[in-house]
Each structure stands twice: as C-alpha cells, then as structure tokens.
Design a protein around this ligand. Sequence first.
Ligand code: 5GP
Length: 207
Amino acid sequence: MNNKKKGGKLIVFSAPSGSGKTTIVQYLLKQPELNLEFSVSATSRKPREGEVAGKDYYFISLKEFKQHIKNNDFLEWEEVYRDNFYGTLKTEIERIWAKGKNVIFDIDVVGGLRIKKKFPKETLAVFVKPPSVDELKIRLKKRKTESEEKINMRIAKASVEMATAPQFDYIIENDELEKALKEAKELVFQFINNKPEESNKSSKKEE
Ligand code: 5GP
C-alpha cells in the first residue's frame, strides 16, 4: 500500500467494548465538516440483530478470513476474542482515500496502535476511557447483545486494554456523553485542519 498517494487522515477510536466509542464514532460521522468515512472491518463473528453487512462489517467465514491473512490483504488484523477475528482490509482504506476523505476506525486497542505505528503522522489515535470497569459491566449488560459468558470475556479483556491508554495520542473520558462528543469533535476538527497546538490544549493526554 502506498501511503504517499492518499489525501486523507486516519482517525482511530479504540477502547474496551462498552465504553461508548461506537456512539462517539457514529456522532462524528454525522459531522459534514469532518469529511469522514467509516472503515468497515472484516470479521468472522456472526452479525448481531440490526447489523448490516457491508455497512457495519464485512461478515465473512473463518476460512475466508484466514485466506485474507495468507494473501496479506490486511493492514492489521486481530483475534479479538477466541475464534472471533477482526481486521482492516487494505482495500478499504484505499477506497476511502480515493474519495479524498478521512478514514475513521472503530477498532480494538492493539489494531489502533498498529495503525498509528504504520502511519504515525497521518493518524490521530484516541482512547475512549469508560468511568470504571464496573460501569462497563453495567453498560454491557444493558446492551443485551451478549451472553453472560461473552460479557465476562469482554470485561476480562477490558482491564488489559485500559493499561494501553497512555500509548494513545489522546484519552477521552466518557463519563458524560455530551461532553465526550463535543471533545471528540473538536479534537478531530483540529487534527484534520492541522492545528496541533490547539488540539493539545483541548484534550487530555496522560503521561
Ligand atoms: P464487536 O464484536 O463489539 O463489534 O467488536 C469487538 C471489538 O473488536 C471492538 O473493540 C471493536 O472495536 C474491535 N474491532 C472491530 N473491527 C476491528 C478491526 O478491524 N481490527 C481490530 N483490531 N479490531 C476491530
């Protein structure tokens, strides 16, 4: 993949499952001035009710997923949960860059940091921090999309993921959604308009 030919920026939102990052990403996608398009990931997990193939994810079989790995088709991929593979296809970024748009990702922390490492200048990597692991559990239960076992799996992973927060460019604390949305919008706006000194002021970075 030629990273010199593209025009857009890469905006990564990573966080433990249930931290509210999807809500933030969906909100940002509705802001026309940010000129964002969602990077649709490929996954081997089954669709949840209401999810649309090609819009939320490219739902593919485990076999197909492994074939893409062999073919080196992924910019990054991860077995986020056992037998549940997720990955960003290189063609997805090329498709969005070809339109002159900025790409926004809703991916796990490992994938997010990998993209930042591959494209350090073009990427803004944001970690969305839930108020606490207990609160995360409450949110996941309310969502009612996962079994008790899956929820516990996600909670166990969340503690590990929280520890990676300092490696991100910015941390947004999502204890109050309205505030988090405003902060995210401002941050992305400043980044895509190349005003690093102002975006530094408008957000938190934990050292
Ligand atoms: P969910 O099953 O809740 O849709 O997603 C589970 C986790 O996988 C979330 O943290 C989500 O952000 C992450 N994820 C989604 N797509 C990708 C991807 O392309 N790459 C990686 N590394 N993680 C992803």
